[in-house]
Design a protein around this ligand. Structure first.
Ligand SMILES: C[S@@+](CC[C@H](N)C(=O)[O-])C[C@H]1O[C@@H](n2cnc3c(N)ncnc32)[C@H](O)[C@@H]1O
Length: 267
């Protein structure tokens, strides 16, 4: 009897063992539980309307820091310094110090056109009170913005506004605003990927040097200028022009010029 039953018992035992193995191997392929690492929250980007409201609120609390204040008054020694940075033509023209900004909506459009991303380092050469860069940090994914301004009184106001942004917790985490009181032709631009210049009154004498410096920035993608473009040079060519609103021309706007890199080797 036992002998008769043995093959069946053996078969049942074998099936049982196989099922157990299958069960074990089934359990092994189940996904491992997610490690419990706290997700780093992505900084939330503001709309240009909200960002400019916050920034206007900051500048309202800094005396003599409006666009109109900057247009009315430039200390004579700063005016001289800025204009002489533009060579003999700059001294003669005496207008490189004249102040203006793009409308906040225009800034937003420009950043969209160049596809500003978290890999970009954005420079404003001649950054004034740095409203443009502050707005860019609040509304676009860029992580680093660099402002270069030669007029001391304007550089001081930009620094005050930057401190207020930090105090109010307005600066998005992980983002940097580097402000330099320097001549734009002499500053280090090696990490620049997008450069903006409100260049209406900039001279070719200055821009020739700026173009040469920018040609050495390995990851340069776009140069955005207003009204006055780059003098002819081997490194940057005009890709497109668009008419957009400015603080000084809210109705008719001014030409915004977008330059792309050519394949010419750095100068
Ligand atoms: C028209 S304002 C533009 C301000 C700012 N970029 C914006 O669009 O909001 C030009 C600024 O460039 C500054 N500037 C002119 N030549 C410069 C130079 N060689 N180096 C640094 N800043 C300069 C002027 O003092 C002025 O504040």
């Amino acid at each position: 009897m036992i002998r008769k039953l043995f093959p069946r018992v053996a078969l049942l035992l074998t099936l049982g063992a196989t099922a157990a193995v299958i069960h074990v191997s089934c359990c092994n392929v189940q996904p491992a539980p997610e490690p419990k690492v706290a997700a780093v929250p992505k900084p939330t980007l503001m709309s240009w309307r909200v960002a400019s409201a916050y920034l206007e609120d900051i500048f309202t609390r800094i005396p003599n820091s409006s666009i109109d204040d900057f247009r009315k008054d430039t200390p004579p020694e700063e005016r001289k310094l800025v204009n002489s940075a533009h060579g003999e033509t700059g001294v003669q023209a005496d207008n490189a110090h004249v102040y203006g900004e793009p409308a906040p909506m225009t800034t937003d459009l420009m950043l969209g056109r160049v596809g500003a991303s978290d890999n970009d380092v954005l420079y404003d050469l001649g950054s004034g009170r740095s409203f443009f860069l502050m707005q860019a940090l609040l509304t676009s994914p860029i992580k680093k913005a660099v402002g270069v301004e030669l007029a001391h009184s304007r550089a001081v106001i930009a620094e005050q506004a930057r401190s207020m942004m930090l105090e109010q917790g307005l600066m998005p985490p992980g983002k940097v605003l580097d402000l330099r009181e320097q001549d734009m032709a002499k500053t280090n631009v090696e990490d620049a990927t997008i450069v903006y210049m409100d260049s209406v009154f900039f001279t070719d004498e200055l821009l020739n040097g700026v173009a040469r410096n920018l040609s050495r920035a390995k990851n340069m993608r776009w140069i955005v200028m207003i009204t006055k473009g780059m003098p002819p040079n081997p490194w940057f060519e005009l890709a497109t022009t668009e008419r957009l609103k400015m603080s000084w021309s809210p109705k008719f706007g001014s030409d915004v010029l977008f330059y792309k890199r050519t394949t010419a080797p750095a100068g």
